[in-house]
Design a protein around this ligand. Sequence first.
Ligand code: KG4
Ligand code: ZN
Length: 364
Amino acid sequence: MTQSLTVLGIETSCDETAAAVVRLTDGRAEVLSDIVLGQAAQHAPYQGVVPEIAARAHVEGLDGTIAAAMRDAALGFDDLDGVAATAGPGLIGGVMVGLLAGKAIALAHGKPLIAVNHLEGHALSPRLVGVGPSFPYLLLLVSGGHCQFIGVLDVGVYRRLGSTIDDALGEAFDKLGKLLDLGFPGGPLVEKHAKNGDPTRFALPRPMLGREGCDFSFAGLKTACAREVDRLGSPTDQDKADLCASFQAAVLDVIEDRSRKAMRAFDPIWGAKGRLVAAGGVAANRAIRARLEGLALEQRYEFHAPPMKWCTDNAAMIALAGAERLSRGFSDDLAVPARPRWPLDETSARLRPSHKPGRKGAKA
Ligand code: KG4
Ligand code: ZN
């Protein structure tokens, strides 16, 4: 029998106020609406996300964003099968705004509430394109707050294989953008400048290259970039392009090496036929996608990455995660709390507490 579930998703964990409606029919996703209200302009003067500004902007923008998502989907709240909201991890003020809105709609219209882990949203985001990759797959989740390899066995069944021991990769991109005064967020701008630069001009470290396991570390690379900027004094446009290109070359080498190790860890557990998936804001980087695609081809893996707009934070991935959970009979009590920290694989997080927080708290 065909099962069709229509879910409103709400995302407010960082600096995007987002709402979307997704319909899941027998495992196939259809995005009926997808609204993202970015706050970059409000945070740009500070060259980073300011939690208090983010929370206030979510309060001001969320009602209109939800109304727009419902209008675009041409649905009323009573047409929904459930309401999904990010309940963490993230900046707690923002998470509370979105979760409370989700609870209010669920209560007022008698719909189930699904409290979604933001990381689960990213993990399932490649499946927003029709059916997407089937389970199990090896996920490289790279964003402003997270950098980890996760074995995605099924909806709700995740094994963390490795993660950053210090900074997230997006943080390193943003830091370089800030050092070079490129603007905010730095990631896309570093990628743009790197295109005109010489990737061999600066000899930057490749942290963790060749090490056992598949953990990452980016603090040393960040510091090395800061040292080069100091040495340059007032960098010219060409200096900036060369440093961006050299930084990105180091990142590519590290990602390829770590992914190779992660594949080795993933293969024996989940069978010969591998699938490599990249998700999260940094997965929007074309050079990173191309390097991973090449590696996948070489290792006879399939490669999947969501379209650019679903790499960065959005509510379609939250609605999909909610619909997937609902289809398996999961929903949450209205008392469910907002969580600043919420590892996707709680067991691994408990066993390896040395993995420190990124920009938005301990998400690893
Ligand atoms: O997933 P996301 O929107 O938010 C978090 O959950 O953190 O990721 C945002 C991060 C930022 O650090 C941003 O600079 C980075 O993703 N990013 C990129 C690119 N586009 C976004 N990094 C490198 N290259 C890009 N093209
Ligand atoms: Zn995110």
